[in-house]
Design a protein around this ligand. Structure first.
Ligand SMILES: NC(=O)c1ccc[n+]([C@@H]2O[C@H](COP(=O)([O-])OP(=O)(O)OC[C@H]3O[C@@H](n4cnc5c(N)ncnc54)[C@H](OP(=O)(O)O)[C@@H]3O)[C@@H](O)[C@H]2O)c1
Length: 360
């Protein structure tokens, strides 16, 4: 494989740090740019010999200067949207962890990909799994997608049992070790809602052909059902090194340090239906996705505001869904023609959501 120059955006985060390990293991991967939100990158840039570094600000300036072969977008939240659109527009391979950008900017992103003609490789483990199960299959042979969810730390609880849960409890994810925002999203099932919309845009599959099931051990990363009655699943221990490595070394599939599944030692493959009454954000995401326009962007923005408030102790756990529901009800969902429209819709949804959040 010829050397690939990688721009790692969100280098100091959970995905970013694991990506650094993957790069170190593979001599054909070379870092050419690093970005963070506020963390100092001087030492990281020195160790990896990276010339293009940016802390906060407009990520497209960094990408213009560095001209990478691959953008690994591991920024958290809507802040990653400019980089996603830049990579797609320029036909630069996009390894996408930042699902929020695809959720918020789905239509714009698909149009940019069409123009740019580059690769869009998901890093989310479920979508990486789906990408692999779908590869080489005729689209009309696909019956539906099945996205799996662990169910998070509160699986099996009632609404009454969730009234007083703290950020610390919500941050204790049973199977994945991730950054704080996605961990809270996993506890509310908003993460699976975002992934539902992400899958719709990535694979062009209608919402009513994307099912969500709980798979508590997170060993089955997702499945594709085919029209002949067969279902292909992707299995492995829950470790993000695998989808990160897959996206960065595609289509070669480099070796990782992740152990092979020890099937004979016992692997539990239980599947359950999600509890949509206790975790309403999943149904709200589906409604927002089906409504289209900027409704997914509103869902995302309101959720970001509510999750930040919950992490700061300003909002109860169950109110996260209420804030998102109210913001969606107040939004007009008009389509975004360009990034400026989308940024405006995002900002408007944040203002709506803030109204529902007590001031500190
Ligand atoms: N963690 C996982 O296992 C996992 C799995 C699947 C998908 N994802 C997705 O991957 C993305 C990253 O998740 P994470 O868990 O790695 O989050 P994280 O640990 O919170 O890290 C977020 C990264 O984004 C950077 N960042 C924040 N705002 C920025 C901005 N305005 N400009 C540039 N960089 C910015 C942060 O920099 P600072 O350190 O300076 O704040 C940090 O490096 C999310 O979209 C998440 O949904 C994560």
């Amino acid at each position: 494989m010829p050397v690939r120059r990688i721009a790692l955006l969100g280098a100091t985060g959970s995905i970013g740090r694991q990506a650094l390990d993957v790069v170190e293991r593979n001599p054909e991967l070379e870092l050419c740019a690093l970005a963070s939100g506020s963390a100092d990158l001087t030492e990281l840039a020195r160790v990896h010999g990276v010339a293009h570094v940016q802390v906060g600000g407009d990520l497209t300036e960094l990408l213009e200067a560095a001209r990478p072969d691959v953008v690994l977008n591991a920024v958290v939240g809507f802040a990653g949207v400019g980089a996603t659109l830049w990579a797609l527009e320029h036909g630069v391979t996009l390894a996408l962890a930042n699902k929020e950008s695809l959720v918020a900017a789905g239509e714009l992103a698909l149009a940019a990909r069409e123009r740019g003609g580059g690769l869009l490789l998901p890093v989310d483990s479920e979508h990486s799994a789906l990408h692999q199960c779908l590869e080489g299959r005729a689209r009309d042979s696909v019956h539906s997608l099945v996205l799996t969810a662990s169910g998070g730390p509160f699986r099996g609880r009632t609404r009454g049992q969730l009234e007083d849960v703290t950020a610390e409890e919500a941050l204790a994810h049973p199977t994945w070790s991730m950054g704080p925002k996605i961990t809270i999203d996993s506890a509310t099932l908003a993460n699976k809602g975002l992934e539902l919309i992400e899958a719709h845009f990535l694979f062009g599959i209608p919402y009513d052909a994307i099912e969500i099931v709980l798979q508590p051990t997170s060993v089955v990363h997702s499945l594709v059902r085919f029209r002949d009655g067969a279902a292909l699943a992707h299995l492995g221990y829950p470790d993000m090194s695998v989808p990160i490595s897959y996206a960065l070394t595609y289509p070669e599939r480099a070796a990782t340090e992740v152990p092979q599944l020890d099937l004979a030692a016992g692997v539990t493959l239980e599947f359950l239906a999600p509890d949509l009454d206790t975790f309403p954000l999943l149904a709200l995401a589906r409604e927002a996705g089906e409504a289209g326009g900027t409704f997914p962007a509103v869902f995302n923005a309101a959720n970001e505001v509510a999750v930040a408030a919950f992490l700061e102790g300003r909002l109860p756990f169950l109110a996260i869904a209420e804030v998102v529901d109210d913001a969606l009800a107040a939004a007009d969902g008009s389509p975004a023609r360009d990034l400026a429209d989308l940024v405006e819709a995002d900002a408007g949804a944040r203002r709506l959501a803030e109204r529902g959040v007590p001031v500190a």
